[in-house]
Design a protein around this ligand. Sequence first.
Ligand SMILES: Nc1ncnc2c1ncn2[C@@H]1O[C@H](COP(=O)(O)OP(=O)(O)OP(=O)(O)O)[C@@H](O)[C@H]1O
Length: 301
Amino acid sequence: MPPERSAFWARNRTTTSIPTLSWKRLSVSEFATRRNERQASGGWIVAAKQPPKIVLRDVEKVFKTSSGTTNALSGINLSIEEGEFVSLLGPSGCGKTTLLRTIGGLETHTSGFMEIGGKSEHREGVLGIAFQDANLFPWLRIEDNIALPLRLSGVGKTERRAKAAELAGLVGLTGFEKRYPRELSGGMRQRAAIARALIRKPEVLLMDEPFGALDAMTRDDMNLEMQRIWLERRCTTVMVTHSISEAVFLGDRVVLMSPRPGKIDVIVDVRFPRPRPVSLQSTSEFQEIVRYLRQKLGEIH
Ligand SMILES: Nc1ncnc2c1ncn2[C@@H]1O[C@H](COP(=O)(O)OP(=O)(O)OP(=O)(O)O)[C@@H](O)[C@H]1O
């Protein structure tokens, strides 16, 4: 249970097979409306929804090495709805990457329950993954880098080229398909990495600090581009970031984690309508959420 409890927070429950508990930051008037609804519904706000795309229940991850034991994740309870964009935020070492890698099947959780799209085993093509370092192969042209997952699953050259061109278009790289990674800027390489992650139309996109290596201006541009791509594809997305404003700008929810052991400290709903303009970041509502998360991060450190 989140430790936070104040007049501005309301607890919600959905009628899915696995109850979802989340905490939403509300305005004073919203809170009053919710309180009345809650009283009328006997304590819970009930809303019918699709089953969540990703479910984690009591997930733990313990690393045992010769130098000791690390409780990287403890009691992780999180449900992510289909088409949702979730930002993972938290201080260094709190387990963000471990959580992302666990969702992606790159780490095996020590205990607990995890399901993606109603299945507990990872299925081919369900996930697309992009990391901070674009990890493109320098000897492959951009179109071949983008189409690599298709090549690995035996798709023919003509279809690969057509799909790569389509994805290059989606991420704004049309005209650069024949270039090599070294001929592209950092932002363009990251676009190519996102195109590669999306080429098999994954149900879930996982990104670990995708824009962490970019300068501030390029990062702002990429945040806008990411929003546009996500709005076009509506792929369920989980993104690790160290940037509070990036987390709030892109996320439907921001999951703030705390370390030792790595657990969820609080989840903040971000209700700004989309598409969100860059100018949103200067509004008092946006700044209020950023300030709140910065203060929580300060307490966690
Ligand atoms: N393969 C591993 N073997 C042993 N310990 C690990 C391993 N991977 C991560 N850890 C430990 O688990 C904890 C969580 O690490 P993780 O990389 O998930 O944190 P993080 O929040 O992503 O950090 P950062 O923001 O610095 O990337 C850390 O204490 C880390 O040392």
